[in-house]
Design a protein around this ligand. Structure first.
Ligand SMILES: CC(C)(COP(=O)(O)OP(=O)(O)OC[C@H]1O[C@@H](n2cnc3c(N)ncnc32)[C@H](O)[C@@H]1OP(=O)(O)O)[C@@H](O)C(=O)NCCC(=O)NCCS
Length: 166
């Protein structure tokens, strides 16, 4: 297994990120909401990175990439909607199909928990997972998240919400 490192997204990641997202587009769309078609271009990814980095600068978002030696991106993980008064955020992650099943999502979620504590001083994390996404639910449970009862609003019947107090 190739070693990986997890680091903050940077503006020079555009080419590697576009490759990662294009290679895995069909794989991701089986489990999570599809991105706009406009995202899958050099300009679309540059705009996406700029938006995420401006969220990072504003303290509302912390985007990470999981990178193999040689610079290939094999996964992404994000603290989203960081709320410093509520001391909460949402976690999100996606792993390249070819890199799945070797613990990378678990590693990424543990990293998010550690950053949420040490860098952002948060107390609570949440995650939203479609019911069919058994692998993702397993990752969250392994990292200590507990399933929360969700009110049965329209459109959320097939989604589970997980929470973790840290
Ligand atoms: C879900 C996802 C993040 C898991 O990534 P990963 O790196 O393979 O995760 P890990 O290896 O840390 O752990 C996954 C676990 O789920 C298990 N698993 C995966 N699919 C499963 C399934 N359909 N049924 C039962 N278990 C499953 C794996 O065997 C593994 O458990 P193990 O370590 O005990 O063998 C990855 O499949 C992915 O990116 N999917 C598309 C995007 C996505 O769903 N993101 C999450 C949105 S909430």
């Amino acid at each position: 297994m190739k070693p990986v490192r997890i680091r903050t997204l940077q503006s020079t990641d555009a080419e590697a990120l576009l490759r990662f997202e294009l290679d895995n587009r069909e794989w991701f769309e089986r489990f999570i909401d599809a991105r706009d078609a406009a995202f899958y271009s050099a300009q679309g990814v540059a705009d996406h990175i700029a938006a995420y980095l401006s969220g990072f600068a504003a303290g509302t978002w912390h985007p990470f990439v999981i990178e193999e030696a040689g610079g290939k991106i094999v996964g992404r993980a994000n603290l989203k909607g960081i709320d410093t008064s509520e001391r909460s955020a949402e976690v999100g992650y996606r792993i390249a199909q070819r890199a799945c099943g070797r613990g990378l999502a678990t590693l990424a979620v543990r990293h998010l928990i550690q950053e949420a504590q040490l860098q952002w001083n948060l107390k609570q994390l949440v995650a939203n997972v479609y019911a069919e996404n058994v692998g993702s639910a397993k990752v969250l449970e392994r990292c200590g998240f507990l399933i929360e009862p969700v009110s049965r609003q329209e459109g959320t019947e097939h989604e589970y919400r997980f929470g973790l107090l840290i």
